[in-house]
Design a binder for this molecule. Structure first.
Ligand code: CA
Length: 227
């Protein structure tokens, strides 16, 4: 289950939030001031943060800004009525959502779920499991590939090379880099190994393997995935 960090100085509210979120199945971390919250966010890398605005030692907006320097974790800000909420959720601080005090637990739980769901779909979008280019398609999880809807049976190395190349469409990748990514840093071999496997890969995905258009050779540099 996701871990949620609650940063709230009012003990009663902190306990109430903690209990309610625990009942929902989340793992809970708590901090009673801004500095402790910031330290905990950095050390524990929670999946979501419920952050009070008015906090001792370091206020919620500063905590939010500092977390945003190196993390995209969803942050739900808790605030007293009357604050200018558009500033809180604006680009400057980077909070994802806010709840105005006093609030019902049902409302907060709904926000927590919505923000976790949104984050999960964004992570999935940043890390696609299927890559397509023209009539070529690869599934990174199933480790399968199709050309024109016909499955191509690639070896592990051919598949690994195709993944690296497709992920870096339009960019030249050196033989050494491909060797390190596909064979691993500890592989003792030379770059001709890459050439051999590229040749085999071309026979499976190029219309004319002797005049490749998908994976082109950049002389003296390496290989580039074109389309
Ligand atoms: Ca407070």
């Amino acid at each position: 289950m996701p871990t949620i960090l609650i940063v709230e100085d009012e003990e009663t509210l902190r306990e109430q939030l903690s209990q309610n979120l625990t009942i929902e199945g989340y793992d809970i971390l708590t901090a009673a001031d801004g500095q402790e919250g910031l330290d905990m966010a950095r050390a524990e890398q929670p999946d979501l943060i419920v952050l009070d605005l008015m906090l001792p030692r370091l206020d919620g907006l500063s905590v939010c800004r500092m977390i945003r320097r190196d993390s995209q974790v969803p942050i739900i800000m808790l605030s007293a009525r009357g604050m200018e909420m558009d500033k809180i959720t604006g680009l400057e601080t980077g909070a994802d959502d806010y709840v105005v005090k006093p609030f019902g637990m049902g409302e907060l739980l709904a926000r927590v779920k919505a923000n976790l769901r949104r984050e999960a779909s964004q992570v999935a979008a940043r890390n696609p499991t299927v890559i397509e280019s023209d009539d070529l398609k690869i599934d990174l999880i199933a480790r399968r590939s199709w050309l024109n809807d016909v499955e191509q049976h690639l070896t592990q190395k051919e598949f690994g090379l195709l993944v690296e190349l497709m992920r870096n469409k339009g960019v030249v990748l050196s033989r050494d880099l491909l060797l390190a990514q596909v064979w691993g840093d500890d592989y003792i071999g030379n770059s001709h190994t890459v050439d051999v496997h590229i040749r085999w890969l071309r026979e499976k995905i190029e219309e004319n393997p002797s005049k490749p258009t998908r994976i082109t050779t950049v002389r003296g540099v390496g290989y580039r995935f074109e389309h």
